[in-house]
Design a protein around this ligand. Structure first.
Ligand code: MN
Length: 217
């Protein structure tokens, strides 16, 4: 999404989910959504707002601007802004790319996937491999590289390419909290099943916005 809503105190708020908590079941079950959205994602938001209260010069910025200017953040809040700013942006993206309607890539996004990876199945296989390979907690993301072609990248913890002004088209959360209740240690099974809840029509819209030069969460 383009920009986060604000709360009454001038901090950030979270958008509502576009779907019910059980809409992604059984791939991402209702209990996981309850905890991952209701607890983890909201904790990142609350911690980000608390850090911004200590850095008033950052409070008026968009989250995209904050992440692109972390090197200028006061030393005592830099780590909190890095972890929780990235935590919020990564999770806003994660909840945004999922939905119960699934589908398949089409239009300009399909053409870009085929150009970079050959076909959709090969792309999914490479994405899953990158997700399995990501050691510890982190993310696997599809982004547009410097050469204008799609590429995959792994990111540790809550690191995000938005710190380099680069938006994520589609990314999956490989922190254990994203899958442990249903898949336990079987991260490869989670990655494989996750494709069933990717809302490709919505991801296509994200791609079009990013291609048009917008920096989105
Ligand atoms: Mn998470």
């Amino acid at each position: 999404m383009l920009d986060l809503p604000r709360n009454a105190e001038g901090g950030f708020a979270l958008p509502s989910l576009r779907y019910a908590h059980d809409a992604l079941d059984p791939v991402v079950d209702a209990r996981t959504v309850e905890i991952h959205w209701g607890k983890h994602t909201h904790a990142y938001l609350n911690n980000l707002n608390a850090a911004l209260d200590k850095a008033p010069e950052f409070k008026a910025m968009s989250l995209q601007q904050i992440l692109a200017n972390l090197d200028k953040a006061p030393a005592d809040v830099k780590t909190a802004l890095t972890n929780n700013g990235g935590g919020v942006s990564n999770h806003v993206m994660y909840w945004d790319v999922m939905g119960p309607n699934g589908g398949t890539p089409s239009g300009a996004l399909l053409a870009a996937i085929e150009e970079a990876f050959g076909d959709v199945e090969t792309f999914k296989t490479k994405f899953d491999e990158a997700g399995v390979k990501q050691f510890g907690s982190g993310w696997v993301n599809l982004v547009i590289g410097d050469d204008g072609r799609l590429m995959l990248e792994g990111r540790l913890n809550q690191d995000t390419p938005l710190t380099q002004g680069r938006s994520i088209i589609l990314g999956n959360d490989v922190w254990e909290h994203a899958y442990y209740l249903v898949y336990q240690n079987r991260r490869p099974d989670y990655l494989k099943s996750w494709w069933d809840v990717v809302d490709w029509a919505h991801v296509g819209k994200r791609f079009d916005m990013i291609k048009a030069g917008q920096i989105i969460l």
